[in-house]
Design a protein around this ligand. Structure first.
Ligand SMILES: NC(=O)c1ccc[n+]([C@@H]2O[C@H](COP(=O)([O-])OP(=O)(O)OC[C@H]3O[C@@H](n4cnc5c(N)ncnc54)[C@H](OP(=O)(O)O)[C@@H]3O)[C@@H](O)[C@H]2O)c1
Length: 262
């Protein structure tokens, strides 16, 4: 059986690939950077006796999810775990980030995740047990000024995951949504947040290691949990969004993310 992991070449997705390879799953990785995919493949294969395949694709392009399905069908690969992990954020005022960049982020964080789920669901349903793990964020639980479109895409992921889980209750497919908080990966670089020494220092202070977050997510997936948040600080942050006024929560976020914008 294969686990298909989008964004499995680095960060949280790569750590998930290692955990699943250790459990004996064959791995199919999808990301853009072919050299990184190859390096991850070699690293996994040097440690575990599993097959590792990869496809170098940009998932924000409209044809990519279909290309993956066609390739998987052609190669007769049986996927029983789909991990929709590829995603990124963009930090800045909404009208100061190019629309094209924001559109690509929306296409990756939401459209690719939904389309891959749609395309793989028929075959996942034929398996005695199958899993979908979607990666959202603690930003799913509140509006985040300075990361407005990103937080909205992650709210979408959480809402979609919960509804889909309910719809699939009587099937063999379990859906889990993992919402990490700050995690030590390439995320702060890609989002632009690492340009602010204050933000980077805050991230460094509160970030969880990617392998810890990945293990938490994989354990929750196999335990068929619904919605999970790793780490005590992140749980408190998420719980506070239920009890504190939204305007207060947004001001706290703005104080962190907008204060550091030029
Ligand atoms: N790190 C955090 O603080 C944090 C917090 C909350 C949620 N998350 C979520 O966790 C997930 C994993 O992120 P991460 O922190 O591990 O970040 P990361 O280290 O930047 O890894 C992102 C992965 O996604 C791939 N990717 C990015 N754009 C892609 C595209 N257009 N097409 C295909 N693959 C693409 C990357 O490979 P290529 O660049 O080669 O394409 C990489 O494998 C994301 O959904 C992110 O939103 C992260």
């Amino acid at each position: 059986m294969y686990a298909l992991i989008t964004g499995g070449s680095k960060g949280i997705g790569k750590e998930m690939a290692f955990i699943l390879a250790e459990k004996g799953y064959n791995i199919l990785l999808v990301a853009r950077n072919e050299a990184e995919l190859l390096a991850t493949k070699e690293e996994i294969k040097s440690k575990f006796h599993v097959n590792v395949l990869f496809l170098a694709l940009d998932l924000s392009l409209s044809d990519s999810p279909k290309q993956i399905l066609h390739w998987v069908e052609k190669e007769k690969i049986s996927v029983s775990i789909l991990i929709n992990n590829a995603g990124y954020g963009l930090w800045g005022y909404f009208d100061q980030i190019s629309y094209e960049n924001q559109q690509s982020m929306m296409l990756l964080n939401m459209n690719a995740l939904v389309e891959l789920t749609y395309l793989f669901l028929p075959s996942l349903k034929t398996k005695p047990q199958a899993y979908i793990l979607n990666i959202a964020s603690t930003a799913s639980y509140q509006a985040v000024p300075g990361l407005g479109v990103y937080s909205a895409t992650k709210a979408f992921v959480l809402s979609f995951s919960r509804a889909l889980r309910f719809e699939l209750k009587k099937t063999s497919v379990s859906v889990t949504c993992l919402s990490p908080g700050a995690t030590t990966t390439n995320f702060t670089n890609r989002s632009g947040m690492s340009k602010s020494s204050d933000l980077q220092a805050t991230a460094d202070k509160f970030s969880m290691p990617a392998d810890v977050v990945a293990k938490f997510g994989i354990d929750a997936m196999f335990a068929k949990k619904n919605e999970v948040v790793p780490g005590f600080v992140n749980i408190i942050t998420v719980w506070s969004t239920y009890f504190l006024p939204k305007s207060m929560i947004e001001s706290i976020a703005a104080n962190l993310y907008l204060k550091n914008l030029k």
